[in-house]
Design a protein around this ligand. Structure first.
Ligand code: GDP
Ligand code: MN
Length: 378
């Protein structure tokens, strides 16, 4: 019994110590700073590609948001690539452009067939004339100064890509949106620390900018995403890819368990593929990131979900054998009576469940291409 108890306790330690260690390490790195000086006066030409698939509900709001961006008219080009939307997205765009005096030059592209977001981005890439390529989603809205803040880092020639910080519009709605808010806060400290060391591969396509001459095309292999997939290529070519918290965008988080799992399991698939790719490149000595960063991200995205299952099973077994161990583990449930730990607990459990769901298509090689939209986010 004592042995079982010891195993259970070591499993608990294996589950909680690595995140604490990595978080503390990244926090320390973050405090040291980026060692990249942004130049507030740096204003390169930018081409922003917005891909749409059935975004009639939000596209006008998105265009209004772009109009309000603080950037010179002659330095920002917009490219909208629609892939055979059936809800009249393009018609709405045309009506909007006809009645407004849109500040920036805009190119509309209509694909006949839907072949996924990365494919659409690559179609858009053929039309760009900017030194910097920005990507954004139809359902994400940038702060007025987000673009200026983000491009200011490209003044440093070692920077290949920049991503920004998400603020969740409906964060107060319920336990799931609050949980996502918590996840982001934790996650962004890690991303800041990694950016200080060299680069983070965890990019968000909702606000991502890339140096045009640092890459050929967006990653479009099934299972990879346009953001992490592309960024890993840039990092392996020696460019720094950094998270910049001053560049803020806003979007909506799913508020139902189903919506959350659908979104997070798809993103998990992309994350895990990315983490495996970093491992492969590191073994081939093609990635200028330290081993510890690769290991901890492998831990978070692949090892930890299974460890969590082992912990739950082992605790159950110990508990079933000797009821008195309730004293040992019962205290862990007490914090769940308080709101904040409950939010963190639910976020932790659902994130890990989504990671296991995301691993499934990778193991069975049924990788996803074009994805289903989470309707409640519009
Ligand atoms: P999420 O934020 O990860 O849930 O991803 P979204 O469902 O919001 O998709 C990101 C962006 O890509 C949105 O603007 C979508 O309309 C767009 N998108 C998704 N799939 C396709 C596609 O096959 N073609 C095009 N052109 N856009 C797409
Ligand atoms: Mn989105």
């Amino acid at each position: 019994m004592l042995l079982l108890l010891l195993i259970a306790l070591s499993l608990w330690a294996a589950l909680f110590l690595p995140p604490v260690i990595y978080y503390a390490w990244m926090l320390k790195k973050k405090k040291k700073g980026l060692c990249i000086q942004p130049d507030a006066n740096y204003q390169p030409t930018v081409s922003m590609i917005v891909c749409t698939y059935n975004e009639a509900k939000v596209i006008e709001r998105k265009l209004e948001n772009i109009q309000e961006l603080d950037y010179p008219e002659n330095k920002l080009q917009i490219i909208l690539v629609d892939s055979a939307s059936t809800d009249g997205t393009l018609e709405r765009v045309k009506v909007f452009l006809a009645r407004t005096n849109f500040r920036f030059p805009i190119v509309l592209i209509s694909e006949k067939e839907r072949l996924g977001k990365s494919h659409a981005l690559n179609v858009g890439l053929k039309q760009v004339n900017g030194e910097i390529i920005a990507t954004s989603d139809a359902d994400s809205f940038w702060d007025q100064d987000a673009l200026l803040k983000a491009v200011s880092y490209f003044a440093d020639p070692s920077v290949g890509a920049v991503t920004g910080k998400e603020k969740i519009l409906n964060v107060e709605k319920n336990v799931h949106t609050m949980g996502e808010g918590f996840y982001r806060t934790f996650f962004y400290t890690l991303r800041s620390g990694e950016s200080c060391i060299h680069s983070t591969i965890f990019f968000q396509g909702e606000l991502a900018l890339y140096r045009r001459n640092a890459f050929k095309e967006f990653e479009d292999r099934p299972g990879y995403s346009d953001d992490h997939g592309t960024v890993i290529n840039l990092v392996s070519n020696g460019y720094r890819c950094i998270f910049v918290p001053e560049a803020v965008f806003h979007d909506t988080a799913p508020f139902s368990l189903g919506g959350r799992l659908m979104l997070k399991s798809r993103r998990s698939e992309h994350l895990i593929s990315g983490v495996f790719l970093t491992l492969k490149l590191k073994i081939k000595r093609k990635l200028p990131l330290p081993w510890q960063v690769i290991f901890f991200n492998l831990y978070f995205h692949v090892i930890s979900p299974f460890l969590l299952i082992a912990v739950i099973l082992m605790t159950g077994i110990v508990y079933a054998i000797d009821f008195r161990t309730l004293w040992f583990f019962g205290f862990l449930l007490i914090p769940l009576l308080i709101k904040k730990p409950r939010v963190i607990g639910v976020s932790y459990l659902t994130s890990n469940l989504a990671l296991i769901m995301g691993l499934y298509p990778i193991l069975t090689r049924k990788r996803s291409g074009a994805w289903r939209k989470v309707e409640e986010m519009r």
